[in-house]
Design a protein around this ligand. Structure first.
Ligand code: 13P
Length: 394
């Protein structure tokens, strides 16, 4: 294949593929982690398609491509497996024969795949800038500070079990591993909370307060036993000792900006416009939205419910737009639309563009592993402990 020479030359020039030349000129590209060779950035869709297909075929069983449901169609079509974050974590732990796991998702998912995969396997995130703003709302220094303050206030008998949502950095998963805690995803959060309350008296849940609140309410925890922890203003409640002593769950003040767009008013409008409509939402939505919906669950759950519904049924869905469009396309016998009239893509998931996939695959063909996500051994060990506790509950 003639790629080698062309890549070697073009990699000297790094560009941002999705920006026009005037916008590109405003960035110092040497500081951008999402820079990509001009060679790929300027390539048309058909050429990218041809190259990705050829590279996939040439890499054969050595390669597995995982795609999260929020990826755009142009990426999902290359995925060997698609799934929610739980299913993709399971797949990463089971596909031990592939040398390369190309993870079309976001950074925390690729980290988890690295933690769960074998030592001989390399996990690649095509665009290293595909992060998650919610995951960034909790960092290890803040969580350690919170942990210390909670124990200072509640004393030796605090009985706190840390639970981190999958959408978190590997060092937060490791924190849970070290401290008797666990990881959860939106598909297994109820089981995980049940497990946590069998281990201790109360839960520290980070970083998504909404998944934490929805799950705790479902478990039967009263609103006055839920405390919101603001890492920017810790211990900022009156009567902190009493409030914390009465608490069953301490919810980190984090959120998903995409799911925050959904509202009860949108649900009311959908019910007025389409009497009899089914409303299904993701548990990262606010509690009042979840309460006003008919059903809620992970991306995989949303897909399954609509797939098995009778032909002619109508669905208003509150989750990321690429997934909602795909469900609509794949269920032409049903009426499916997004509750938010203004498009709500997950902008970080969208950073995985076919140009990046072509680039990393063709580099693999040349023996170069680029954009690898690798978690250091100690962090990986303890993160694996917390992830394995979750996988063992399945
Ligand atoms: P699930 O795919 O596990 O439902 O979670 C999606 C997600 O990460 C939303 O931010």
């Amino acid at each position: 294949m003639a790629v080698k020479t062309e890549c070697a030359v073009s990699q000297e020039t790094h560009v941002l593929p999705l920006l026009n030349p005037q916008k590109r000129a405003r960035y110092d590209l040497s500081k951008r982690v999402d820079a990509i060779p001009l060679f790929y950035a300027e390539m048309g869709g058909e050429e990218l398609d041809r190259r990705i297909s050829a590279a996939r075929a040439a890499l054969g069983e050595r390669l597995v491509i995982l795609g999260h449901h929020y990826q755009r169609d142009e990426i999902i079509k290359y995925a060997d497996y698609r799934g929610d974050s739980f299913k993709l974590a399971q797949l990463a732990s089971r596909r031990k024969n592939a040398d390369y796991i190309v993870f079309c998702g976001v950074h925390f998912m690729a980290e988890s795949a690295d933690v769960l995969s074998g030592p001989h396997q390399k996990v690649i995130l095509p665009n290293p800038a595909a992060g998650c703003s919610m995951a960034d709302m909790a960092n290890i220094a803040e969580v350690e500070e919170c942990w210390e303050l909670l124990h200072e206030t509640l004393g030796d008998d605090a009985g706190i079990i840390p639970v981190t949502y999958m959408n978190s950095a590997a060092n937060l998963k490791a924190f849970c591993g070290v401290n008797g805690g666990i990881v959860c995803t939106s598909s297994n959060a109820p089981k995980v909370i049940d497990w946590a309350f069998k281990q201790g008296k109360r839960v520290l849940f980070f970083p998504d307060q909404h998944l934490g609140r929805n799950t705790a309410a479902h478990y039967g925890i009263a609103a006055d036993q839920m405390v919101v922890w603001d890492p920017k203003d810790p211990m900022a409640f009156d009567d902190a000792e009493e409030v914390l002593a009465n608490s069953k769950i301490i919810l980190w003040k984090g959120h998903c900006s995409t799911h925050m767009r959904f509202s009860v008013e949108q649900i009311e409008k959908a019910r007025t416009d389409y009497p009899g409509i089914n409303v299904i939402v993701h548990p990262e939505c606010r509690q009042e939205v979840v309460n006003a919906a008919d059903l809620y669950g992970s991306t995989e759950y949303i897909i399954e419910q609509i797939e098995k519904a009778p032909a002619g049924s109508q669905w208003a869905v509150a989750t990321e737009i690429n997934l909602v469009h795909r469900i609509a396309q794949e269920n032409p016998d049903k009426f499916v639309f997004c509750l938010d009239p203004i498009v709500c893509p997950c902008s970080t998931m969208y950073r995985i563009h076919p140009a990046y996939v072509a680039w990393v695959l063709e580099e693999l063909l040349e023996g170069n592993v680029i954009n690898q996500v690798s978690v250091d051994d100690e962090t990986a060990h303890w993160a694996r402990v917390a992830l394995q506790r979750m996988l063992d509950l399945a």
